[in-house]
Design a protein around this ligand. Sequence first.
Ligand code: GLY
Length: 370
Amino acid sequence: MQQVVHVDLGQRSYDVQIGPGLIDQAGDWIAPLLTRPRVAVLTDENVAELHLDALRQGLAKAGVEMVSLALPAGEGTKRWPQFTRAVEWLLEQKIERNDIVVAFGGGVIGDLAGFAAAVLRRGVRFVQIPTSLLAQVDSSVGGKTGINAPAGKNLIGAFHQPSLVLADTAVLGTLTARDFLAGYGEVVKYGLLEDADFFDWLEHQGPVLAAGDMIARVEAVTRSVQMKADIVSRDETEQGERALLNLGHTFCHALEAATDYSDRLLHGEGVAIGCALAFELSSRLGLCSQEDPSRVRAHLKAMGMKTDLADIPGELPNAQALVDLMGQDKKVVDGQLRFILARGIGEAFVTADVPPDAVVQVLEDALATA
Ligand code: GLY
């Protein structure tokens, strides 16, 4: 059942191994990368409780020792204080230039540990062992690392590619339904952005996949990672096409800021709502048919996901305030917001040519039904 996706980036190429049981085999995969049999693992307290013993045993079977630091779980960790703590701990552990740091957790840990590896001794190698669906299909692949700033998400960071990614699909079984579905928002995104057949497949297989079918899970993760790997290998540092991966994210980042990055809205939930809004905007601009946003929303709803602004608990600011929050987005170029819009399902494109009034109107209408 195991699959592999190669991320082709010249000397910085690496493999993403996908399948159940990879944590148990972690030592076999990581040992060939080591010059001495010891790794430093950064994780969070929830993942540590559930899976750290399994990782320790998986490494020990290949004679690899580990030291570990468990940071608090949650987005609040992705800031300077815990980042500083992680880097200083790695130095205390005498992690050398040829050693490997292991990022063992979801997107927060992957981004923070990857950034720590990028700056430690001017750069050490790292291995991603993503434990959330979101991290397996998106954040562990492609080398974007970093932390949040008070001014916005992911504004401090570096491109630093991992040396290996081990996506153990068995650990997805320990996620809460909410976390699983939030990650599924990013899976749907891949179908919407450039693979209508994949979206079609998800419409049929989504329910069994959510219910735990391992073959469907491995296939969904593999197809998502393959799409991401192809895009990243053509545009590693987001000079163009990689921005497509941000479908739904301009709306999402505004909604996350409006909800204080709290658990009122998880990132993947915001991506799903953002994708629905991006298709609504595309349809109103006459770019895609009116059926497309309805189809997107119908699938999200059928999966029991947050789909509309009304699904976000609590008050939201008005439409203009949400548009103002988009101004901090990294996708702003020369002061102009860029949107990912679509000519149909699987046909996304990047544009700065969006009338601000149309964005305000879409949000006003979405808020009116909230
Ligand atoms: N998550 C978007 C990217 O990696 O480019």
